[in-house]
Write a protein that binds this ligand. Structure first.
Ligand code: UD1
Ligand code: CA
Length: 465
């Protein structure tokens, strides 16, 4: 939307959260509520955003610095003296954007959608309003500011504690989302007075002032009242999380994903999952994950910032910032750490950790193995208990294992080291030198026998049974 900007109110502490974090950073499906609001502004193509911070402002600023695609300025509201006062803090920002319309909204409304913002904006422009209030109809409007209409236009907003009995019966409420003509908002802010029960500067008082100035206030009633949902307590937060969790799961079901049970399953809003994939209980999929078709993910797997191909099985796997190609079978109890690439037809079995490594096609790492900082070729076989010794206490070094190599059980590969093509290492070897192609390396002491040793010992041994 051309010539638009937004002021996001995010100064609140959220006392009932009992948290060290400001309320807007409380998370729903692993993303702070503020993130949803910024994403909505981005989708609606609002051109500039100013966030009003207050409680633990540095935390909000730190979070905003992670938002490259929606840069936002901040202003501090050191003391919280009402929603009108909060917007006053953004005066300079508003002055810089004087020729625009400004969206005012709260930083803790994760269900507000870009569609509602856009539709309200269109009506705002069409009706040539000085202010357009986004409203909603609630069965139980208790606690919200009530919309008092005069025909199609809005006459005023009365807060719960200031409302008469008749006004309290009104079910149309103020969502706290508004479109203002920016120049007009600046003018109205200078007129606000803290003349109310709480001694606060109410943003809602700009409505009465606008009408007194002979300008029009419109109301855009959102069809879905979810747009007002926010969280004031951990219980509210849990309920919002649960609502979003299930709506995302249902969306994946519609796309052909199977959920045998949704217990403990959490999926970030941005995840993509292919048809005929099965998600089993206790599985968490967060932050930009793409999963292909016909996979079985879970039970009890956690996948973050990773790409997974088709026909992949991940059973009790933790996988971070990595790429898993198609036809791979991993688990149970496997840790795939960042910057790993697992190519097709790889099998990784129980108690294996892979870090910053490439595992070539068809390779098997069946049990109790650590592969770190390594480049592993195709069809390599790892015996049980192999360790890449990649850290000398100061530096990390890489191991290179060529195609078809066979790494015997309990081999230590002391990096930097290369195991050649089709080469073998004997079980229990500690390999410190490169192994040539097709060779067998044995690096352990030779076995020695002492015949009859036991017979002498046994004579002096007591038996229990
Ligand atoms: C406000 C509206 C009410 C509306 C309701 C919708 C006013 C006077 N009333 O009431 O009509 O129905 O929202 O939820 O505006 N904030 C600041 N700084 C402040 C005060 C508030 O940043 O000084 C932020 C809060 O962090 C919060 C939001 O503004 O995110 C709303 O503030 P709150 O005090 O909860 O307003 P309500 O009393 O709910
Ligand atoms: Ca509130």
């Amino acid at each position: 939307m051309k010539d638009t900007c937004a002021v996001v109110l995010a100064a609140g502490k959220g006392t009932r959260m009992k948290s060290k974090k400001p309320k807007v950073l409380a998370e729903i499906l692993f993303q702070p509520m503020l993130g949803y609001v910024l994403e909505t502004c981005r989708q609606a193509e609002v051109e500039k955003v100013c966030v009003v911070t207050g409680f633990e402002a540095e935390q909000v600023e730190a979070y905003l610095s992670t938002w490259e695609h929606m840069p936002a300025e901040t202003v501090l509201q050191a003391e919280q003296r009402g929603t009108g006062h909060a917007v006053m803090m953004a005066r300079e920002f508003l002055q810089e954007n004087i020729g625009t319309d400004v969206l005012v909204l709260y930083g803790d409304t994760p269900y507000l959608s870009a569609e509602v913002i856009e539709a309200a904006y269109l009506q705002h422009k069409r009706q040539n309003n000085a202010v357009t209030v986004v409203t909603a109809l609630l069965q139980d409007p208790t606690g919200y500011g009530r919309i008092i209409r005069d025909g199609d236009a809005i006459a005023k907003i009365v807060e719960q504690r200031d409302a008469t009995e008749k006004e309290q019966a009104v079910k149309e409420i103020n969502s706290g989302v508004y479109w203002f003509n920016t120049a007009h908002l600046l003018e109205m802010l200078s007129l606000l007075q803290p003349n109310n029960a709480q001694g606060e500067y109410y943003l809602t008082d700009t409505i009465g002032l606008t009408i007194a100035a002979g300008k029009r206030v419109g109301g855009y009633c959102a069809e879905n009242s979810d747009i007002i949902l926010g969280a004031n307590s951990r219980k509210d937060l849990y309920e919002l999380n649960e609502k979003m969790r299930m709506s995302i799961i249902y969306r994946h079901m519609e796309n052909g994903v199977t959920f045998a049970s949704t217990d403990g399953v959490m999926i970030s809003p941005d995840a993509q999952i292919g048809a005929d994939t099965v998600i089993l209980g206790g599985t968490i999929i967060k932050d930009h994950v793409v999963i292909g078709e016909d996979c079985v993910i879970g039970p009890n797997s956690l996948i973050q910032k990773s790409t997974v191909g088709d026909r992949v099985k991940l059973n009790a796997v933790q996988c971070y910032q990595s790429r898993i190609h198609s036809d791979v079978d991993i688990g149970p109890f496997v840790h795939i750490r960042p910057n790993s690439e697992i190519k097709s037809f790889v099998h990784i079995g129980d108690f294996v950790e892979v870090k910053n490594s490439t595992i070539g096609e068809g390779t098997g790492i069946s049990h109790l193995t650590y592969v770190g900082d390594s480049d592993v070729g195709k069809n390599v076989n790892f015996g049980c208990g192999v360790v890449t010794v990649n850290y000398d206490g100061v530096h990390k070094h890489r191991c290179r294992i060529e195609d078809e190599a066979f790494i015997g059980c309990n081999t230590n590969l002391v990096a930097p080291v290369r195991v050649g093509k089709s080469a073998y290492t004997a079980a229990g070897s500690t390999i410190t030198k490169d192994v040539p192609d097709y060779a067998l390396a044995i690096a352990r002491s030779r076995q020695e026998e002492k015949p009859g040793f036991a017979a002498k010992k046994l004579a002096g041994r007591k038996k229990k049974v």
